[in-house]
Ligand binder design. Structure first.
Ligand code: FAD
Length: 404
């Protein structure tokens, strides 16, 4: 090897990948940075996919203007996939998607993995026209194109993405049914009490919310979907079925690398310490694919935008040895449904005590507590009130103090 540095190789040109590359430059890292992305698009933002892109207001929201990459000396390689890692040699193997026979080896000094998730499909539905998942801009544009000529949609799964797609398709004028085995939408994340308020939000817009029951079978007319059969034998007609039943971390390329993967019961993904270091020297992971230890040493994998950005900053600091302070922050994410911003601040759990302090029939605000201590706040259309709680979530605050 010559004396010139191999630099940083970032695998995954999504939110986490671009943000860590940008933060490295902001921390005055001057070595080569190569950003490798399996999609053919430059880094773009995913939250708009289920919102403004489905509504037809945007086609793609890029995270950086095209000139950013040359100006920042970041070599962006799209349409290329890392298929293997060899930590002993400090190399990755890269395949071109349009020419799988061609492969290349790239040397790294530091490797950062930000490969995100793949949506979980409903088994056996891959080949059925009209059945969609939503992770990429290509998924979103395909769903939107299909929705142009469709009138009835069934959404399988009432997590955040399912709920947002239901809201967007209903705003497009479609007849929408949500099917969810849990007792309410968002039950696993926020509990049934808030889930019931979210159910109300959807029902008021005419969306049919079928909870406590799953989809047994996707029905077809030859090759195209015509509906679903539920576990009780009832059928719902549909021109489109959108599957939002969760995602799995993209880690296939780790095979044989020795990089430790977290067990499924701990969330899966790439196991990391509290600062994003994997089990192998000079290799870090961040974003949706990464499972960092929290302050209590517990593995915790999070699939949210702000979390990814914060991890990207932290990894860039670690790689460059920066001792700049990262301000303390409470975990945060949001969801947009029917023009209302649902915000979740802190670490509320479905099993926490829930205190709904404001509910005008549309907007609401609730605090969460565990053992008498505030754990989080959830608001719909309550941006100011949610954000005001931020400082209280950084130190143990008795819920009695918050409720007054
Ligand atoms: C539809 C949708 C709506 C969302 N809305 C919200 C929201 O409202 N609020 C919120 O907080 N969060 C939201 N999120 C979550 C947020 O977008 C993610 O947390 C964030 O994108 C994670 O960034 P990432 O870099 O970890 O992964 P990604 O953005 O998924 O980027 C990973 C990239 O790595 C690439 N890749 C994978 N394997 C390889 C490989 N072997 N070689 C090269 N490249 C590879 C992938 O193709 C992908 O482009 C939403 C997500 C989706 C899908």
């Amino acid at each position: 090897m010559s004396g010139s540095p191999a630099g940083v190789v970032v695998v995954g040109a999504g939110l986490g990948g671009i943000r860590v590359a940008e933060s490295l430059r902001a921390n005055d890292y001057t070595g080569p940075i190569t950003l490798i992305g399996a999609e053919t698009h430059p880094p773009y933002d995913r939250p708009p996919l289920s919102k403004s892109v489905l509504l037809g207001d945007d086609d793609r929201v890029d995270l950086k203007p095209a000139e950013f990459f040359a100006e920042s000396s970041i070599a962006l390689r799209t349409g290329e996939r890392v298929s293997a890692i060899s930590p002993d040699d400090h190399t990755v193997t890269i395949e071109r998607l349009d020419d799988p026979a061609h492969s290349e080896t790239l040397v790294y000094d530091t490797l950062i993995l930000a490969t995100g998730l793949l949506p979980r499909p409903l088994p056996g539905t891959d080949e059925i026209a009209g059945v969609h998942v939503l992770r990429t801009v290509d998924d979103a544009l395909a769903l939107r194109a299909d929705a142009e000529s469709a009138t009835r949609a069934v959404i399988v799964g009432a997590g955040f993405i399912g709920c947002e797609v239901a809201a967007s398709l209903s705003a497009r004028g479609m007849t929408v049914t949500i099917v969810e085995p849990a007792p309410t939408p968002l039950a696993a994340a926020l509990g049934e009490q808030i889930g019931a308020l979210v159910t109300r939000m959807h029902k008021e817009r005419g969306v049919d919310v079928r909870t406590g029951i799953g989809v047994d079978e996707v029905l077809t007319d030859g090759s195209r979907v015509r509906g679903v059969r539920l576990a009780d034998g009832s059928e719902i007609d549909a021109d489109i079925v959108v599957v939002g039943i969760g995602s799995t971390p993209v880690i296939d390329y780790l095979d044989g690398s020795g990089i430790e993967v977290a067990a499924r019961e701990f969330g899966g993904g790439i196991a990391c310490d509290q600062h994003g270091a994997t089990s192998v020297p000079d290799v870090f992971a961040l974003g949706d694919v990464a499972n960092w230890r929290d302050e209590d040493g517990q593995l915790r994998r999070v699939e949210h935008w702000t979390h990814t950005v914060e991890q990207a900053t932290a990894v860039a600091h670690r790689v460059t040895g920066s001792d700049a302070m990262i301000p303390a922050s409470a975990p945060y994410f949001w969801s947009d449904q029917y023009g209302l911003k649902i915000q979740v601040l802190g670490s509320p759990r479905a099993t926490d005590d829930v205190h709904v302090v404001d509910d005008d029939g549309a907007k609401f605000l609730a605090y969460y507590s565990r053992d008498g201590i505030l754990t989080g706040v959830v608001g719909a259309g309550k941006v100011g009130a949610v954000m005001k709680t931020r400082a209280k979530l950084l130190t143990p605050t008795p819920i009695s103090e918050v409720l007054g």
